[in-house]
Design a protein around this ligand. Structure first.
Ligand SMILES: Nc1ncnc2c1ncn2[C@@H]1O[C@H](COP(=O)(O)OP(=O)(O)OP(=O)(O)O)[C@@H](O)[C@H]1O
Ligand SMILES: [Mg+2]
Length: 366
């Protein structure tokens, strides 16, 4: 095809229409000669569609003014056609989720940026220092931060016998989507892809025997939370909040979401609770007092503790040396107190439930 002018979005749609059904185009973004097209496909046709996507990419890159085309396949819709073949099941469908892991706990919050990842990492370290074997799964496929928090940037997991081997840091076993994709890669995910990626990190990673697997959740109550809550037998969820009213409202939503799917709440942690001044050692309640503690009591949920806003928490996280590595640090000590309490609950069988071991249901490939 030949155009004397640069290709427009309409030209792209026309060119794609010769290769695929234009109804499948669910997104088309164009900027500075870079084109990103998302195609909503029927998962049963994914092999055929991958070939079509490769052809579409080549075709688009031949158009005038287009430097690079990226085609992303998503599978949000169920097959519309009555004669569609059955959805293929992955061969590993009978693989259990982390079969030798005794307790899986999720660190979650209704609101972003409240310190979930910071709490998850420090809690994992503190739990390990109580003598437990601990793993950490970064389930934030959109913005994985665990590689940075544990000094594992640019590291890649090895695979062996069809399993991925988790990386190790400070004695923890770690897996994160951040090991699979470059940090700067924008991640365009949709429901089934998130589910598939998460389940792979749980099921196809050789976690080995662990007492506890801590899952660092992305913010909110979306696809990831549902996938984890529905597919994984969680021993419980730890909800992180900050003292501001808006965060507390989201905390209530977060607690209710887990309760709705019968996941026990291990407790609420209030992060950035008060400001501990590095110079004078004074504590100041800059966001008001005891908001999360009060809300926890109202919801009849355990309150696990208050973590101050402390510059060293961030600095040490940025250096990949979380503060809990030093149990004598004032904040490290708080994490250790919380870890002991959680350990106690887990050993008693959180929510009266035995250790979480389940076989997943057949998985729909995304
Ligand atoms: N107690 C604290 N004192 C000082 N800084 C903190 C504290 N807790 C978290 N931070 C800093 O706040 C920022 C956000 O924390 P973090 O990434 O843990 O939040 P998050 O809830 O996981 O965010 P997201 O919702 O994006 O996943 C980070 O820079 C972190 O170092
Ligand atoms: Mg996070």
């Amino acid at each position: 095809m030949f155009w004397t002018r640069n290709a427009t979005k309409e030209d792209i749609t026309t060119a794609l229409g010769a290769i695929i059904d234009p109804d499948m185009i669910s997104g088309l973004v164009m900027q500075d000669g870079n084109v990103l097209v998302t195609l909503d496909i029927d998962p049963a046709r994914h092999v055929e569609m991958e070939q079509a996507a490769a052809k579409a990419k080549m075709t688009l890159e031949r158009l005038k003014g287009i430097k690079q085309a990226q085609i992303i396949l998503t599978a949000e819709k169920t097959p519309a056609r009555a004669d569609a073949p059955p959805i293929p099941k992955l061969p590993e469908q009978t693989r259990e989720i982390a079969p030798q892991v005794k307790h899986i706990i999720a660190v979650a919050s209704g609101k972003g940026g409240v310190g979930k990842s910071t709490v998850a990492v420090n809690l994992a370290i503190a739990l390990q220092q109580t003598g437990l074997s601990v793993g950490l799964l970064d389930a934030d496929v959109y913005g994985p931060s665990v590689p940075m928090l544990l000094g594992l940037r640019d590291k890649k997991p090895e695979s062996r016998d069809d399993y991925l081997l988790p990386l190790e840091a400070h004695g923890l076993k770690i897996m994160s989507m951040g090991f699979m994709v470059k940090e700067e890669t924008p991640m365009v995910w949709r429901g089934p892809m998130v589910q598939s990626a998460l389940l792979q990190m749980l099921r196809d990673v050789r976690w080995g025997a662990l007492d506890v697997l801590v899952i660092d959740m992305p913010p909110g109550t979306g696809d990831t939370q549902l996938t984890i809550a529905q597919r994984v037998k969680l021993a419980g969820a730890v909800i992180v909040s900050t003292p501001q009213d808006i965060a507390l409202l989201d905390t209530v939503k977060g607690v209710q979401m887990f309760q709705k799917v019968s996941v026990p709440i291990l407790g609420i942690i209030e992060n950035m609770s008060y400001f501990s001044c590095p110079h004078c050692g004074e504590n100041a309640d800059i966001f008001g007092q005891h908001g999360a503690r009060t809300r926890a009591a109202e919801m009849n949920v355990r309150f696990l503790g208050e973590i101050p806003l402390n510059i060293e928490v961030r600095e040490k996280s940025d250096q990949g040396m979380p503060v809990a590595l030093d149990p004598l640090h004032p904040v490290g000590r708080i994490f250790h107190g919380i870890a002991l309490e959680i350990r106690e609950t887990l050993l008693q069988g959180a929510g009266g439930q035995p250790a979480p071991l389940i076989t997943i249901e057949p998985l729909v490939e995304a």
